[in-house]
Design a protein around this ligand. Structure first.
Ligand SMILES: *[C@@H]1O[C@H](CO)[C@@H](O)[C@H](O)[C@H]1NC(C)=O
Ligand SMILES: *[C@@H]1O[C@H](CO)[C@@H](O)[C@H](O)[C@H]1NC(C)=O
Length: 233
C-alpha cells in the first residue's frame, strides 16, 4: 500500500561549518499523485456519500462522514484526503453539486491536476470493417496533444443497431504534447441486452478535458470522431 503522505518537503543542504556560509542545494515539493485512486473512489462512492448527506446522516466532520461509508481503511483514508482538503462544509456542497462527476470532484478536492490543455483526434480505425455477430472488433484512435492536459478522459461509445449503448472511458493525466494511440476491443457476442443483429454500429471516439459531456469547469470535448463497423448476416 502506498503511504498516504501528500506533501513531503525534502531539504538537502550541503554540510556546513559554523560561521561558514550555508548553501541550499535544493528544495522541492513532492506531491504524491492520488488522482487515479481518487477518481475510482468517487466512481464507487459518490452516490453513497450523496445518499448519506441527503439522509441527514452527517452532523460531525469529515471523519464521521467517511466512517459512515463502512469501507476499508484505504477507502476511508481517500475519503478523508478529499474531504479534509476543502473541509466538511465545502465537501458536502461539492458532493451535491458534482452530478456524479468524479474527475471534477477530485479536481475540486485538489487531488487531480487542473489544466485546460488541448488535443485533436488525428485518425480512427475499426478492424475488421465487418463480420458476423461474435467477431471481435479493434477500435483504434490516434490523437495529438497540442497543449499539455490536466485531468481528462479518452472515451469510446458504441451504439449497436438494436441494443444498449456500450462504452469505456480511461483517465489521462498530465499528458504531454505528442501523439498517442489507444486501442479498445469489443467482442460482439450476442446477449439479451445486445443481440448484435445485422447492420451498422456507430463508434464515437472522444478526447476530453475532465469527464466527457460534463458541464463543470475544466470540462470540454477537445475532439470527437465517428467510425462504424458492420455486423453481417
Ligand atoms: C454503515 O453502518 C451503519 C451502522 O451499521 C449504518 O447505519 C449505515 O447505513 C451504514 N452505511 C452504509 C453506507 O452502508
Ligand atoms: C485546440 O486545437 C484546435 C485544433 O488545433 C484549435 O482549432 C482550437 O482553437 C484549440 N483550442 C484552444 C482553446 O486553444
Amino acid at each position: 500500500m502506498k503511504l498516504f503522505a501528500l506533501f513531503v518537503l525534502a531539504l538537502i543542504c550541503s554540510t556546513y561549518v559554523i560561521n561558514a556560509s550555508i548553501t541550499l542545494e535544493s528544495i522541492e515539493e513532492v506531491t504524491a499523485d492520488f488522482c487515479p485512486e481518487c477518481v475510482s473512489f468517487m466512481d464507487e462512492s459518490l452516490q453513497t456519500i450523496l445518499n448519506i448527506i441527503l439522509n441527514g446522516g452527517v452532523i460531525g466532520g469529515c471523519d464521521e462522514l467517511c466512517s459512515l461509508l463502512n469501507q476499508s481503511e484505504v477507502i476511508t483514508t481517500l475519503c478523508n484526503l478529499a474531504c479534509d482538503a476543502v473541509g466538511i462544509k465545502v465537501f458536502i456542497y461539492l458532493i451535491q453539486k458534482a452530478d456524479l462527476d468524479s474527475i471534477w470532484m477530485c479536481e475540486e478536492c485538489k487531488l487531480c491536476p487542473v489544466k485546460d490543455g488541448n488535443a485533436t483526434i488525428i485518425s480512427t480505425d475499426v478492424q475488421p470493417k465487418s463480420g458476423p455477430a461474435g467477431t471481435t472488433f479493434q477500435l483504434t484512435m490516434i490523437y495529438q496533444v497540442t497543449e499539455e492536459t490536466g485531468t481528462g478522459t479518452v472515451e469510446v461509445d458504441i451504439q449497436p443497431i438494436d441494443g444498449m449503448p456500450l462504452g469505456d472511458a480511461e483517465l489521462i493525466i498530465k499528458q504531454a504534447d505528442g501523439s498517442y494511440k489507444i486501442t479498445w476491443s469489443i467482442q460482439t457476442e450476442a446477449s439479451d441486452d445486445d443481440p448484435w443483429g445485422p447492420g451498422k454500429a456507430e463508434v464515437d471516439f472522444f478526447v476530453c478535458d475532465g469527464e466527457c459531456g460534463s458541464k463543470h469547469a475544466h470540462s470540454k470535448i477537445y475532439s470527437t470522431a465517428t467510425n462504424y463497423f458492420t455486423i453481417t448476416e
